[in-house]
Design a protein around this ligand. Structure first.
Ligand code: NAD
Length: 499
């Protein structure tokens, strides 16, 4: 059985805790490896080494650090196929989707090549007589990233790129369900020129997460995952005096107005609802058609499209629309929620419960499901399902549809399909959600903008990547300097007013 350890001080090392977790091949259901789960002692030792390595890295000029990012972009492109295969083998997503996962991370590394520009401080010449005032952005020291299973390449890169480009050391605690690609990324960073110890990858579970939260050397923590864990990490990390940003779960609504191009909206819903088996925080899981005629016409278009979806293993290449979900436990949870939808009275317009794939009977495949006549009190509406299940909640009016999206506890992403600019503008201005698509189903901002939700989808006050990341991973220091010619005149005993 393959054993997956940690990346510490520039090399792969075996775990010493004696605790392991199974790593599955979701397509076959087989345990393909076991991953070491780090102890507090392992995390603390790796952090102490990272802190020592950070001193020189933090003092390296920003342009040299940016050149590591530049080299990393080349290496990611060189190894794209290898990375995608490793990613799909542990996660289950299709190869084209795995490449998208890597590409969206690569774009943040690419953005970090511009770090010297973003790290420039501010300067006021002659703020007073003989006085200059300037601010600089300094690294926070050692930062940690705790990441989810669903984007094993993209989200670690969203965190490590800016953290490292800002001159920090970085401890990555990836998901124990997909640990291989993060280790490959650390090896590529070394090849790109990152000094040993500056980036450590510690595999683990709650024990290593708690060790991160309690470690006094780690001054910033970025988390992405489910909302209950996000809330826990935010509370414990901030109570320990750390800077913490946590991004949580989602329930993304798409509002379909009567004037929308319904074929376009149906295509978008199928891609955004079922792509990656619905295991995306920006997946659309709720469709809200406005008016009965819109709803009936939309359902009529959705059913044949959903029934045509091809579900299979990543090894089938481009022939598959989506793969298995990540574990047997995830599959069981999705099926349980589907049963609750039926029991609570929703109409199962596409029933994927009988889905079987010959030769892959033990894989974690879930057939596509479409619910109609869902109401907002049902569990399938309130909870994040994180599976290939789309719920249609019919609405009588635009105002009611807008209110529905606004009343949901999550606020990650949302979309509106309409031909009317006035409605689209009103929606974008009023809805209390972080990322909005106008005739765009998955509005994931590009690397040079920032990514983050509102309400229970995000805890903390800065977003991921873009300029916010450079604020999160640096501390501002402001210097007032005076080079008086008249120091010989003696001391001053009161605050001087700026003139
Ligand atoms: P998860 O919360 O189970 O795990 C995320 C991380 O937390 C992992 O590294 C895991 O090891 C750790 N963890 C799990 N349980 C813990 C505990 N009790 N104490 C401390 N740490 C713990 O999430 P997941 O299943 O890996 O990912 C799916 C979730 O992530 C979904 O809710 C999805 O919406 C969300 N997500 C959000 C975003 C976003 O940007 N908002 C992006 C991707 C995924």
């Amino acid at each position: 059985m393959q054993e997956i350890g940690h990346w510490i001080n520039g090399k792969l090392v075996a775990g010493t805790s004696g605790r392991y977790a199974d790593v599955f091949n979701p397509a076959t259901g087989e345990v393909q490896a076991r991953v070491a789960l780090a102890s507090k002692a392992e995390l603390d030792a790796a952090t102490a080494d990272a802190a020592a390595a950070q001193v020189k890295w933090g003092a390296t000029n920003p342009q040299r650090r940016a050149r590591v990012m530049m080299a990393m972009v080349g290496l990611l492109n060189r190894d794209m196929d290898k990375l995608a295969e490793a990613l799909s083998r542990e996660h289950g997503k299709t190869i084209p989707d795995a490449k998208g996962d890597i590409q969206r991370g690569l774009e943040v590394i690419e953005f970090c090549i511009g770090a010297p520009h973003l790290l420039k401080g501010e300067f006021t010449d002659s703020a007073g007589p003989g006085i200059d005032m300037y601010s600089m952005r300094q690294p926070i020291g050692v930062a940690a990233g705790i990441t989810p299973f669903n984007f094993p390449a993209m989200i670690p890169m969203w965190k490590m790129g800016p953290a490292l480009a800002c001159g920090n050391a970085f401890i990555l605690k990836p998901s124990e369900r997909a640990p291989t690609v993060p280790l490959m990324l650390a090896a590529l960073m070394k090849e790109a020129g990152l000094p040993d110890g500056v980036m450590q990858v510690i595999n683990g579970d709650k024990e290593s997460v708690d060790a991160i939260l309690d470690n006094e050397t780690i001054s910033g923590v970025g988390f992405v995952g489910s909302t209950p864990i996000a809330q826990y990490i935010y509370a414990r990390g901030t109570a320990n005096g750390k800077r913490v940003q946590c991004f949580g779960g989602a329930k993304n609504h798409m509002i379909i107005m009567p004037d929308a191009d319904l074929d376009q909206a149906a295509d978008a819903l199928v891609g955004a609802g079922y792509g990656a088996a619905g295991e995306r925080c920006m997946a659309i899981s709720v469709a809200v058609p406005v008016g009965k005629a819109t709803a009936d016409a939309l359902i009529e278009r959705l059913i044949p499209r959903i029934e045509k979806l091809k579900v299979g293993p990543y090894t089938a290449g481009n022939d598959v629309d989506y793969g298995p979900v990540v574990t047997g436990a995830a599959k069981a949870n999705i099926l349980k929620l589907i049963e609750s939808g039926v029991a609570q009275g929703a109409t199962l317009a596409v029933d994927g419960r009988g889905f079987k794939l010959q030769g892959y009977e033990d894989g974690f495949f879930v057939g596509p499901h479409l619910f109609d006549n869902v109401t907002t009190d049902m569990d399938i509406y309130r909870k994040e399902i994180f599976g290939p299940v789309l719920s249609v909640v019919r609405s009588d009016s635009y105002e009611a549809a807008l209110k529905m999206a606004m009343d949901h506890e999550y606020g990650n992403g949302t979309a509106i399909y309409t031909r009317d600019g006035d409605t689209a503008r009103d929606f974008a201005a009023r809805v209390n959600v972080g990322m909005i698509g106008i005739n765009v189903p998955i509005p994931v901002p590009l690397a040079y903008h920032t990514f983050g939700g509102w309400k229970k989808s995000s805890f903390g006050d800065l977003n991921q990547h873009g300029p916010d990341a450079f604020r999160f991973y640096t501390r501002t220091k402001t210097i007032t300097s005076r080079w008086p010619s008249g120091i010989k005149e003696g001391g001053e005993f009161n605050f001087k007013q700026m003139e």
